[in-house]
Write a protein that binds this ligand. Structure first.
Ligand SMILES: C[S@@+](CC[C@H](N)C(=O)[O-])C[C@H]1O[C@@H](n2cnc3c(N)ncnc32)[C@H](O)[C@@H]1O
Length: 426
């Protein structure tokens, strides 16, 4: 193959690389968009694929726009900021349909248009940013753990960006976690390998005096890898939790527990999941993978009998507290869904909202055995979702209606809520 090729791009990968074919070989060209014809320099050639560097766009996509962020393309956070928002939504719907067809081998399913995010920018209520050797916060570069320094992140909240602008970091900080609520209040976690030094405590005090900061915590992360997660949190100043309201449910959020990052969009998604379930007063629902129990409390307010399962202990403690504070009664179980689901009674509707890797097969099997009227599956990965839908289809739950939501604008991620029912034979 020549060093330089001209290739028509037909698709985009999850990493944001354009995909085309040249002389029978698949070529990935970073930065190229579907519909574009580009000139690329081959940088890597393997028997089954090649990688190319974008040199020139010969025929430009009508959807191409100038990205607002100066580090777009270098930073690994966003993949498709160079594509107009309406086209991002079309691309995500195609991703879902492709996964259903290719991985799920599904037939006769429907996929609604992708619900746009109320905010295409500044939507994230949480950022976790590594710190470089010059004590600048940044984000990891594409496909590496090099840090790209940033002044502002265009997908995080204004309140979070204001803290980033004002904070002057000191030695020893590995990363900074900022969580904000809708009122613009924040929790800031300073993460280090060891116990906080006097210098870090001094910085924590300064941060605690910043506008809107409710609390400053220390996060301990002694691992040698690049994982940003902390093993233990200690409160240094102020409050250790943030108050938030989701669909009228009051919740307390602590730094460690799972909480949806695009809250306005999460509310639309929860509403859709409840609408699709269409539960009647007194019916029984299982919310597997329930996190801090927000959706459980929401269903429970509608006089549904709700059981929740969650494996993170602090999340279950928060969930119980949240249920009590909202005057609802939910039966929470601490443990893995795969270990507990079999012991529970039957349900009218089962809600599944697993992490990216999808459900264990034993969970799918147990769900089918309970013979629910419907399964409502919310997923953040169309590929594992499609795999699990294939399993359900083979057990008769083959009627699939999917509703994608754009929770993560400017990235290739897409969230999908799916109503799964038994096909009624005619
Ligand atoms: C995608 S989050 C969804 C949380 C919740 N449904 C919400 O909307 O806030 C997945 C949750 O499942 C929990 N989890 C992951 N694997 C689990 C398992 N095998 N059993 C029980 N919970 C699990 C995680 O701790 C996390 O809280």
């Amino acid at each position: 193959m020549a060093q330089e090729v001209i290739v028509l791009i037909r698709d985009v990968t999850i990493l944001g690389e354009g995909v085309g074919t040249h002389e029978g070989l698949t070529i990935f060209v970073d930065g190229a968009l579907p519909g574009e014809t580009v000139r690329a320099r081959i940088t890597l050639k393997k028997p089954s694929y090649a990688k190319g560097e974008l040199l020139e766009i010969l025929d430009q996509s009508f959807g191409r726009v100038k990205p607002i962020c100066p580090v777009f393309g270098k930073c690994g956070g966003c993949q498709i900021m160079h594509l107009a928002y309406a086209e991002q939504l079309n691309l995500k719907r195609k991703r879902v349909i492709d996964a259903f067809e290719r991985i799920g081998k599904l037939k006769g399913f429907t996929v609604a248009p992708v619900e746009p995010s109320p905010k295409p920018l500044y939507y994230r209520n949480k950022v976790q940013l590594p710190v470089d050797k010059n004590l600048k916060v940044g984000l990891y570069a594409k496909r590496s753990h090099d840090i790209v320094p940033i002044e502002i992140c265009y997908i995080q909240s204004d309140a979070g960006n204001k803290i980033l602008e004002d904070i002057e970091l000191v030695d020893g900080i590995r990363n900074v976690l900022i969580r904000t609520n809708r009122k613009g209040e924040s929790l800031v976690v300073l993460v280090t390998r060891e116990r906080p030094t006097p210098e870090i405590r001094k910085l924590a005090k300064t941060v605690s005096l910043m506008n809107g900061v409710k609390g400053v915590l220390h996060g301990l992360n002694s691992r040698d890898d690049n994982v940003l997660y902390s093993d233990a949190y200690t409160l240094l100043f102020g409050d250790g939790v943030l108050e938030e309201e989701v669909l009228g449910i009051k919740v307390e959020i602590s730094p460690a527990s799972f909480f949806q990052v695009n809250l306005e969009q999460a509310e639309s998604l929860y509403k859709k999941a409840a609408e699709l379930a269409d539960l009647k007063k007194g019916e029984r629902a299982l919310d597997a993978y329930c996190g801090i129990g927000i959706f459980c409390a929401y269903l429970s307010q509608q006089e549904v009998n709700v059981t929740g399962i969650e494996m993170v202990e602090s999340a279950v403690i928060d969930a119980k507290k949240n249920a009590k504070a909202n005057g609802v009664d939910v039966d929470f179980h601490l443990g893995k869904v795969e270990d507990l689901i079999g012991e529970l009674d039957d349900f009218d509707v089962i809600f599944l909202n697993p992490p990216r890797k999808g459900c264990e097969e034993s969970v799918l099997e147990a769900s089918v055995r309970k013979n629910p009227k419907k399964i409502i599956y919310t997923s953040c990965d169309p590929a594992t979702l499609a795999r699990d839908l294939n399993f359900f289809a083979s057990f008769g739950y083959s009627k699939v209606e999917a509703f994608p939501f754009d929770m993560f604008p400017q990235t290739m991620h897409v969230e999908v809520v799916v109503k799964i029912e038994k096909e009624i034979s005619k």
